[in-house]
Design a protein around this ligand. Structure first.
Ligand code: NAD
Length: 337
C-alpha cells in the first residue's frame, strides 16, 4: 500500500457498502479502506475486519478525521443529503450512492453548497454510466449511426424482495432514479414533463406499486418511457432501447450464452443487481479513485443528482394530480458546464 493511496471512509456497510468496501480494498489500485461506520456495529466490525480497516461509531467523526481523504456514502437514502453536506463542509470528495437526496429541496442545498465551496466534490453512484452494455450504446449514438435519438425506452425489472411492499414514491425516488439519469445521459436532453401511471401491488394499498410507467417529454423534442416492475417474476433486468432517425438499438443485457438445446432456445437472466452490475461497480470505484488522485471527480455530478430529482419531483406531482406535470429546475450554473 503506497503512502499516496487514497484513504477512504465508508458510511453504511450493508449490501452496496459492503460491496464497495470489498472492491476498494481488494480490487482497486491506489486506495484503501481506512475506516468504516454503520449503526449496526457488528456489520461494521465484520466489514472492517475483512478490509483491514478501523470500525468507528460516528459518521461526523469519520468525515472530520484528518486521516480520511474521501468519503463513500452507502447508508439509506434519507441520510444522503446530510452526510454529503457534511463532506462538502469538510472539503472532502464524496461518492454518494443514489439518490443524492430524497427531496428536490435537499438536492438543491447540496448543489448550492458545492457552488459556495467553489469545488466539485460530489459524485453520485449512477454506475450505469460505466456499465459496458450502456457504454456500447452511448458509443453507437455518438458515432451518429442511429441519427438523432427520438425515443428512449428504459426497462427496470426487479425480483420481489420478500414481503416488502414498495410505495410508488420509493419506486420513483429510489429505483427509477437510475433510469432518469440514464435517459438524460444517453439522450443528451433534459425532461420537460412527466406523466406517471402505476398498478398497485395490493388492492387495499393504492400507493403501493407493482408496475409503473412514466411517460416523459424532452426539451429536444424527444420522447421517453420508463417501465418499472417490483416483481418481474423471473429475475433482474435493466435495458435501454433507443429509436433514432436512422435506426434502433438496444443494450445487450445478458452476458450469459444463448443456448439452443432439446428444442428450446434459452438464456440465463441475472438474479439481482449485484450480478448484473458487478463489473460496473468495480469500474465505478476505480475511476473515482483515479480521478480524485488526479484532482477532481469525473463521474455523475451533484448537478446530475439534482437533475434526476427534478424528473422524480415532476413524477411525484403527477402521481398526486393524475396529470402530466412540468419539471421545475433552477437555472443551470455555469460551474457545471
Ligand atoms: P442496506 O439496508 O443493505 O444497507 C444499509 C446499511 O446502512 C445498513 O447496514 C444499516 O445498518 C446502515 N445504516 C442505516 N442508517 C445509517 C446511518 N444513519 N448511518 C450509517 N449507517 C446506517 O441497503 P443497501 O441496499 O446497501 O443500500 C444503501 C444505499 O445504497 C441506499 O441509498 C440505496 O438506494 C443505494 N443503493 C444503490 C445501488 C446502485 O445500484 N447504485 C444499489 C443498491 C443500493
Amino acid at each position: 500500500m503506497s503512502a499516496d493511496n487514497l484513504q477512504v471512509g465508508i458510511i453504511g456497510t450493508g449490501a452496496i457498502g459492503g460491496l464497495h468496501a470489498h472492491n476498494l480494498a481488494l480490487r482497486t489500485n491506489g486506495a484503501n479502506v481506512a475506516a468504516v461506520m454503520d449503526i449496526d456495529r457488528e456489520r461494521a466490525n465484520a466489514v472492517a475486519q475483512a478490509c483491514g480497516a478501523r470500525a468507528v461509531q460516528d459518521a461526523a467523526g469519520l468525515i472530520a478525521d484528518p486521516e480520511i481523504d474521501a468519503i463513500l456514502i452507502a447508508s439509506p437514502d434519507a441520510s444522503h443529503a446530510e452526510l454529503s453536506l457534511a463532506a462538502i463542509a469538510a472539503g472532502k470528495p464524496v461518492l454518494c450512492e443514489k439518490p443524492l437526496a430524497t427531496s428536490l429541496a435537499d438536492a438543491e442545498h447540496i448543489v448550492n453548497a458545492e457552488l459556495a465551496a467553489g469545488q466539485c466534490l460530489v459524485q453520485v453512484g449512477f454506475m450505469r454510466q460505466v456499465d459496458p452494455a450502456h457504454c456500447d450504446l452511448q458509443a453507437l449514438l455518438l458515432s451518429g449511426q442511429l441519427g438523432a435519438p427520438l425515443r428512449f425506452r428504459g426497462t427496470h425489472f426487479n425480483p420481489r424482495r420478500g414481503d416488502t411492499i414498495i410505495s410508488i414514491k420509493d419506486a420513483i425516488v429510489n429505483s427509477l432514479i437510475h433510469d432518469m439519469h440514464s435517459l438524460r445521459w444517453l439522450m443528451g436532453s433534459e425532461v420537460q414533463s412527466a406523466f406517471v401511471q402505476w398498478l398497485p401491488d395490493r388492492a387495499d394499498m393504492p400507493h403501493s406499486a407493482r408496475f409503473a410507467l412514466a411517460h416523459l417529454t424532452l426539451d429536444n423534442g424527444g420522447l421517453a418511457t420508463l417501465e418499472w416492475s417490483g416483481d418481474s417474476g423471473y429475475g433482474y433486468e435493466v435495458g435501454v432501447e433507443i429509436v433514432g432517425e436512422l435506426g434502433t438499438a438496444q443494450t445487450h443485457s445478458h452476458s450469459s450464452p444463448a443456448i439452443r438445446r432439446a428444442g428450446r432456445l434459452s438464456q440465463a437472466v441475472t438474479p439481482d443487481w449485484q450480478d448484473r452490475f458487478a463489473e460496473a461497480y468495480q469500474i465505478e470505484v476505480q475511476d473515482w479513485v483515479d480521478s480524485l488522485r488526479q484532482g477532481a471527480p469525473t463521474g455523475p455530478s451533484a448537478w446530475d443528482g439534482y437533475m434526476s430529482l427534478v424528473i422524480a419531483d415532476a413524477c411525484l406531482r403527477s402521481v398526486d394530480s393524475g396529470l402530466p406535470e412540468p419539471t421545475r429546475a433552477m437555472d443551470h450554473p455555469a460551474f457545471y458546464a
